[in-house]
Design a protein around this ligand. Structure first.
Ligand SMILES: Cc1cc2nc3c(=O)[nH]c(=O)nc-3n(C[C@H](O)[C@H](O)[C@H](O)COP(=O)(O)OP(=O)(O)OC[C@H]3O[C@@H](n4cnc5c(N)ncnc54)[C@H](O)[C@@H]3O)c2cc1C
Length: 397
């Protein structure tokens, strides 16, 4: 027999976006169900697990050592010919999380705030009555359940089926995604207080190779490349390991994933369905980081879900689309524009830029003052001698 449930809000997906929405809405006293198809929320991970330190305070998440693998003080960037640019802060700037614990704890905070949480619950379809979506059909531990909700939240990641089933246009061509491949492995010889990034068109077309340390001799070692590349991300990652004489027989995990790097959804809410996180492609297209963006979007979405419930007016959900596009959509569109300009850099340009910047005040770069950085580059003779480089840099200004 099919079990029937009823909630004010049903959140599909307990990655990052889902639990943030579930927690925020449950805190306001509404009934919320958070479901995930995974038997253990958080596992397997599909992530390099790096995030800025600011998220803990900003999104009211405890700074809990149970999900913090390592504190990070900056980054080292490597050019194709081996020029290095190090940006090191005196204070902790980011952390490498343990997502298997982090995601589960975010769901735990949602549960503690009053939400119900059901793992091993896969949503398969929406339920429509008189043409309107009134809930979702799922399987909980293999048994059918019908979950009715006034508002349905699609936080079901990059392959989101819920948004599509709700009639939201989620199509994007393959070049708007990156393919990622990652080993969690034993590796040494890298400063474990920094994240390490390698750029180059033969190293990682459109993307980069990363080493995100979890221990002195353990790290997430991965790569992201354009999805429409004829060669695979694994091919490039294995090639990089071989060329750098890094032994690859101590692989603790292998993670494969797709990262949306553009084409943000225009319509984030339709009738009573709201889309957040990777499902809405709310990811920074420059570096592929999506956790902070999922938290930001989740926070805006929760605000409007609560307002819509308070005022019994689902039309208010549209304000989530408007506010996100005004605050974050515009910013990410600009980042996408910059990414497209950076894509045009050849290996020689990358060498020159990283060489020039490694000789400048790293503090300026660390502050994230890109206009200053570009001005520094524009003054250098190796840049001034090339009309191409000047025009590329001007595109970035
Ligand atoms: C290899 C790789 C490395 C990355 N590294 C970083 C990084 O270092 N830093 C960073 O910020 N971002 C990184 N990202 C991106 C980041 O992982 C995502 O942006 C982030 O997880 C998005 O959160 P989300 O909640 O939107 O989706 P997800 O975290 O994908 O969560 C979606 C959840 O929905 C569940 N689900 C899906 N369909 C259903 C269904 N039908 N029914 C029930 N449950 C369902 C899934 O099981 C999953 O738990 C990386 C991505 C990849 C692939």
């Amino acid at each position: 027999m099919t079990e029937i449930m009823k909630y004010d809000v049903v959140v599909v997906g307990a990655g990052i976006a889902g639990p943030i929405v579930a927690r925020n809405v449950a805190r306001e006293g509404y009934s919320v169900l958070l479901v995930d198809k995974k038997p253990a929320i958080g596992a397997p991970k599909q992530c390099a697990e790096g995030i800025n330190i600011s998220i803990f305070e900003r999104y009211d998440i405890p700074y809990d050592k149970r999900f913090i693998n390592r504190e990070i003080y900056g980054a080292r960037i490597y050019s194709p010919s081996g020029y290095e640019l190090e940006i090191k802060y005196k204070k902790v700037s980011g952390v490498i999380l343990e997502r298997k614990v982090f995601d589960k704890m975010l769901a735990f905070y949602a549960a503690r705030s009053g939400a119900d949480v059901l793992s091993r619950t896969e949503v398969e379809d929406v339920i429509r009555e008189n043409g309107k979506i009134v809930g979702v059909k799922a399987k909980h531990e293999g048994e059918p359940v019908e979950i009715y909700g006034d508002i349905i939240v699609a936080a079901d990641g990059v392959e989101s089926t819920i948004a599509r089933k709700a009639g939201i246009n989620t199509y994007a061509p393959p070049h708007e995604f990156d393919s990622a491949y990652e080993y969690e492995m034993l590796i040494d010889g890298f400063d474990p207080d920094l994240i390490h990034l390698w750029f180059g068109n033969d190293v990682a077309p459109r993307g980069y190779v990363w080493v995100f340390p979890k221990d002195e001799d353990r790290a997430n070692v991965g790569i992201g490349i354009n999805s429409d590349n004829p060669k695979t991300a694994k091919y490039y990652l294995d090639k990089w390991l071989k060329e750098n004489n890094i032994p690859s027989k101590k692989l603790l995990e292998i993670n494969v994933g797709v990262v949306p790097v553009g084409g943000f959804l225009k319509e984030l809410a339709k009738e009573n369905v709201v889309v957040v996180g990777d499902a809405a492609r709310q990811v920074n297209p420059m570096h592929g980081g999506g956790m902070a963006e999922a938290m930001k979007a989740g926070t805006i979405a929760s605000k409007w879900i609560v307002k819509a419930l308070e005022e019994e007016n689902l039309e208010l959900l549209k304000n989530y689309t408007t506010e996100w596009w005004e605050k974050d959509g515009k910013r990410l569109e600009r980042v996408l524009k910059i990414r497209k300009a950076v894509e045009k850099l050849n290996d020689e340009d990358l060498d020159v830029f990283i060489e020039v910047l490694s000789g400048t005040d790293a503090e300026k770069i660390a502050e994230g003052n890109y206009t200053e950085v570009i001005k520094v580059l524009l003054k250098h003779p190796k840049v001034l001698m090339s009309a191409r480089r000047i025009s590329l840099l001007k595109e970035l200004l």
